[in-house]
Design a protein. Structure first.
Lengths: 253, 657
């Protein structure tokens, strides 16, 4: 036990140091266990990535973290989204995230606006969307080797084992209490959906302390995954508390 | 005096005059529709000139589409006026018996529409009464309050089982009669009523052969199906082996090849499925699913053939060679041949039956002893009695079958096989993937046997770690196997499936990969997916075998309405194929409303590939990838993009991509 405390203190010190030096976000529920996924394992976006825009082969615009459109339009909406989660006490970030921590900023041009996926730090990703009728965050979630959905999909036993060892169990009853607050804050209009479904994310005996809530458009086909237009996943931090680790809004047009 | 069961012509509609006398209403002009009656078996045919159809359940229907009521009416009206209102029915050939058996029809009568009969039946029946040239009243009689009924209509009647009734009205009876106002139209000439509370599915009758008949060679099987809902499929089995699928426009007749089965008593089964009715699955009063109905009928007949197969199977597994065995009732000379499906001869052997038996083995080589590797072959046995006898030589007979050969090796307890590839990396990848999948399935079955279904115990034992030895899947059981597979692959927690929708042999992976296509109708696919999926029309093609798990997302229009073989979309530029191990993820994505080939769709697909397959940067979900592509190419949204399910295979084998 003493060894764990010392180890925890060291990790805490590293995180604080990283925070002070680089102002990078840390993840509240589970500090990355492997060095390769820690906040300090990868360099900050290079000057090259911050420079002017380029195009990829799909004609999307690739931009750096200092891109004017990103800093003035996109990132403020993400900051709002995180602030909402903070107000609810379900933000996975322990501190404020800055635009400079973002990378892989891609702007997809749609007929009436843009979609802008980007990466936050090493372990998180989000989609911003602006159209004639909507502006905001449409997707948020984990990325990289610690992404539990990647582990489930790949049946990655090592990762599943590691994540499950860190997982905190939570009942669905408690999860619903949190989920209802989240759905209200994210303006999920229950009347437009079938009765929401909650299921635990797990594989084999590996339980990950995750509960996903999905909302299917009223009267729509349950088979078509595109009809689950709103969903989010909560990760327990205690038997009665959780943070939001995934959010998807496919309603936005 | 009218006997209770005798036909009674209905009185013509009447209306009271100002003086209170009953006057004849000016006849209507019912030249649009036909009457349908609940007629019990009759001692005579009242309208011998018209085709009579047995609807089942003691219902019969006369097809009067050829009768020109307008002209007949004009003639009869003219006659009734000149003859002082006497009955004009006798002037109408179809109704000749009406006048002789009628009576009791009320006062003076003249023709007022299609022949109308009532038999004082206590069961459900429908009456049509003309009200004017374009409108009529439809009475559903003998309804029981509280019971739910449906009214079906159709535009024509014939023997085609697929010409089913269209459910036009559903109502809960509040009295013993329900009346509808109708507008006559050429498109809806025939009406029927059904007790939906008592409805159990399609009504099947086997017209021929008769039970107990002795039959040989290829025989016609004639069936009748009556249903209130559109049929989605009619299959014919001998025992448990499917031998035919009835298509529309075949008038209910298919050929059953009796010589493929040993002589003796066999049951011929007919299985009919319809698209079902919408149901509310979660109690919120919103109809969100479909519940199909299935019915079966069978007839037992005796097969007797001079030469009959002993080991017919629609699918044989390739294991170096295969042996076809036949029994003969007399000595036969024979020539055994194997062809490619394009007619190229691969193998030939001749001989004479020995002790009533013919057994031929073929080792998958051609005439030059070169190995062949086709996905299916044609096997032919031409036989005739030995020549040289005093009797005239009988003409030779040919027993011809086309069978598939499963080239793959099955991995896992319930997992479909895949072929051997020239890349050891790929083979290892697929083996690992199948091992994982089979473990998932076995694990799922551990918690819920229903996932696997019945009669699956003959598969190999599951080890403690949920792995199991390979077991070959068979064509004869493919429906069960695929159902089990589908259920099992539906991850119990994530709800995702592994599926692959392809379109043609030259589709995604180049090369001769020898897979077996399973073409499924939308409804069949829906059944496999465990849901009465609400697609309209169209045929899916599910690649079963090599490719089921082997490739990745395709935007094939497998869900298209019009395209039976949806166009292959190919692989977007920059996405490498199996030869360098780029197998990454799999999804079943299609369009629900249209099949379309063009630049927009291709761009849509390319973007999904980019977003999802190459989406390592963002760990993009398939639904998000499709959503992004839909927004980038809005015209696609009208096609109803559908994501059935998805799964990761190898996760970006080439991480640099």
């Amino acid at each position: 036990m003493k060894r764990k405390i010392i180890l925890g203190a060291l990790i805490g010190a590293v995180i604080v140091g990283v925070y002070l030096l680089w102002q990078k976000p840390a993840v509240r529920p589970t500090a990355p266990a492997s060095p390769e996924v820690s906040a300090s394992a990868k360099p900050l976006p290079t000057e090259e990535s911050r420079s002017g825009r380029t195009k990829n082969r799909l004609d999307d615009t690739l931009a750096g973290a200092q891109d004017a459109e990103f800093t003035s339009k996109v990132f403020p909406k993400f900051r709002e989204f995180v602030a909402t989660l903070n107000r609810l006490g379900v933000s996975p970030f322990e501190r404020e995230v800055s635009a400079s921590e973002c990378s892989k900023i891609r702007i997809i041009h749609t007929p009436n606006g843009i979609i802008c996926p980007f990466v936050i730090g090493d372990g998180w990703t989000a989609d911003y969307m602006r159209s004639g009728t909507f502006e905001g965050i449409t997707h948020f979630g984990q990325r990289g080797p610690d992404n539990p959905f990647r582990a489930i999909s790949r049946a990655d036993m090592d990762t599943l084992k590691r994540l499950s060892e860190q997982a905190v169990p939570i009942s669905q009853e408690e999860s619903w209490k949190i989920a209802n607050r989240v759905s209200d804050a994210l303006q999920i209009e229950q009347a437009f959906f079938e009765k929401p479904q909650m299921h635990e994310e797990a594989m084999f005996e590996y339980r990950l302390g995750l509960q996903t809530i999905r909302y299917r458009a009223k009267g729509s086909d349950p088979l078509n995954q595109m009809n689950y237009t709103r969903s989010f996943t909560l990760k327990a931090t205690s038997p009665t508390t959780a943070v939001l680790v995934r959010y998807s809004n496919l309603e936005a047009r | 005096m009218v006997k209770p069961d005798a036909p009674v012509p209905l009185a013509p509609p009447t209306e009271k005059t100002a003086s209170g006398e009953t006057a004849l209403k000016r006849p209507s002009l019912p030249h649009f529709y036909s009457a349908q009656r609940n007629i019990p078996p009759l001692p005579f045919n009242p309208m011998p000139g018209l085709p009579l159809f047995d609807l089942g359940g003691n219902k019969f229907l006369y097809d009067d589409t050829a009768v020109d009521y307008f002209s007949l009416f004009a003639e009869s009206f003219s006659s009734s006026e000149s003859e002082g209102g006497m009955s004009a029915m006798s002037s109408m050939a179809p109704c000749n018996p009406c006048s002789t058996n009628g009576g009791g029809g009320g006062g003076g009568s003249f023709y007022s529409g299609p022949p109308a009969y009532s038999y004082a039946s206590t069961s459900l029946w429908v009456k049509i009464t003309s009200t004017n040239a374009t409108n009529f009243l439809l009475d559903v009689n003998n309804t029981v309050p509280g019971t739910v009924y449906g009214v079906g209509l159709k535009s024509s009647v014939n023997a085609d089982p697929f010409n089913t009734w269209t459910l036009a009205q559903v109502f809960s009876a509040t009295s013993t009669n329900k009346q509808f106002d109708g507008t006559a139209s050429q498109a809806a000439r025939f009406f029927n009523a059904v007790n939906l509370d008592a409805y159990t599915g399609p009504s099947i009758s086997i017209v021929s052969p008769m039970a107990g008949a002795t039959v040989s060679n290829d025989i016609p099987l004639q069936i009748r199906v009556t249903d209130i809902l559109p049929l989605t499929g009619v299959k014919v089995f001998v025992g448990a082996v499917q031998v035919a699928v009835l298509q529309s426009n075949q008038n209910g007749i298919v050929t059953v090849p009796t010589a493929r089965f040993p002589n003796g008593s066999h049951q011929i089964w007919v299985l009919a499925s319809n698209e079902g009715v919408p149901v509310d699955t979660d109690g919120d009063s919103v109809l969100d699913d479909y519940s199909p109905f299935q019915s079966a009928a069978n007839v037992t007949v005796n097969f007797t053939n001079e030469v009959a197969m002993q080991n017919y199977s629609p699918l044989w597994s390739k294991s170096g060679s295969l042996t076809l065995q036949y029994k003969t009732t007399s000595t036969q000379d024979y020539t055994f041949e194997v062809f490619k499906t394009n007619g190229v001869l691969l193998h030939t052997a001749s001989g004479q039956s020995v002790n009533g038996s013919i057994s031929r083995t073929w080792n998958f080589t051609d005439l030059s002893n070169g190995a062949v590797n086709e996905r299916s072959y044609v096997f032919s046995l031409t036989h005739s009695p030995p020549s040289g006898g005093s009797a005239a030589a009988a003409p030779p007979r040919k027993l011809l079958i086309t069978n598939f050969v499963d080239n793959g090796v099955s991995v896992g307890k319930y997992v479909v096989s895949y072929g051997t590839w020239p890349s050891s990396y790929l083979n290892n990848l697929l083996a690992d993937m199948n091992a994982n999948v089979s473990s998932t399935i076995n694990w799922a079955a551990y918690f819920n046997e229903d996932i696997i279904g019945s009669n699956r115990e003959d598969y190999n034992a599951v080890r403690a770690d949920f792995t199991s030895d390979p077991f070959p899947i068979r064509r004869a059981t493919q429906t069960n196997d695929l159902t089990a597979l589908t259920n099992a692959l539906k991850n119990q927690f994530t709800g995702s499936w592994l599926f692959d929708g392809h379109s043609s042999g030259s589709g995604m992976i180049p090369g001769d990969d020898d897979y077996l296509d399973v073409r499924l109708t939308t409804k069949q696919l829906a059944t496999l997916l465990g849901n009465g999926y609400g697609f309209i029309g169209g045929v899916y093609q599910l690649t079963y075998g090599t490719r089921l798990f082997s490739t990745m997302l395709t935007g094939c229009s497998a869900a298209g309405v019009f395209s039976e073989f949806p166009d292959a979309t190919g692989t977007p530029p920059g996405v490498d194929q199996a030869t360098d191990g780029q197998i990454k993820k799999s999804a079943f994505v299609g369009f629900s409303t249209i099949s379309y080939t063009g630049a927009t769709k291709m761009n849509w697909i390319i973007r999904i590939h980019f977003e999802w397959l190459d989406g390592e940067d963002y760990d993009t979900e398939i639904t998000t990838a499709v959503w992004r592509a839909n927004l980038a190419y809005p015209s696609v949204q009208g096609w109803g993009p559908t994501v059935f399910g998805f799964g990761f295979l190898g996760y970006n084998a080439n991480e640099s991509r």
